[in-house]
Design a protein around this ligand. Sequence first.
Ligand code: NI
Length: 251
Amino acid sequence: MLLQLSTWQEIEDYLKRSRTVIVPIGSNEQHGPTGLLGTDFLCPEIIAHEASRRDGADLLIAPTFAIGMAQHHLGFPGSISLRPTTFIAALQDWTRSLTGHGFERIYFLNGHGGNVATIEAAFSEIYAEASFDRHQAGFALKLRNWWDLKGVMALANRLFPTGHGSHATPSEIAVTQWAYPGSIKAANYAPQIAPTGPIREAMDFRARYPDGRMGSDPNQASPEKGGDLVALAVKELIAEVEAFSREESPY
Ligand code: NI
């Protein structure tokens, strides 16, 4: 069930049977010559939406939080970034909006490694409001990168034993190819496997990684491999969200 395709009455009814919501979260940033700018928010969105369509899965998916911390990609056209302080403030407001309605388990399915530090900092800011007042928050927040769902990275390593890399990876590009076969791009990569190194500011990033990739050979991506990754991620997402929903409060 998608929140944006529901009415407020349907959400009110949902809250009578579940207090859990999944928020796909990512980034809009360059992904090399063949990766879609939306790759990092599309991957968690694709997996979460697919999970919500599974028989018997009564999952609510929030609108995708599509813009994240991508300052290092701003040297490439189309990239859009929030600075960490803005990102934290926006996460606080999203979370307060949802917890105010009674959601008690908010599960963020993330698609961008560069978001992790800021999302964790946002969680600490949100929890700190309750901690300083010595009152119970009454909700729990969870962050999971989609590639860290059980078995997914092992599958990616089997599908792409070399040239997986860390940015514009064949696995994330394969997931988008599976969902959007009409937007598959082709390019001649030189070098075949991109260089690796540090991440600093945008001009430094573009000089080190001229076509935008880091350590990857996206030419190995295919819609079929993407479908395998999505199928496993969906299964593990459903299991993990069910366990998170069942978590007992210690109060
Ligand atoms: Ni990515």
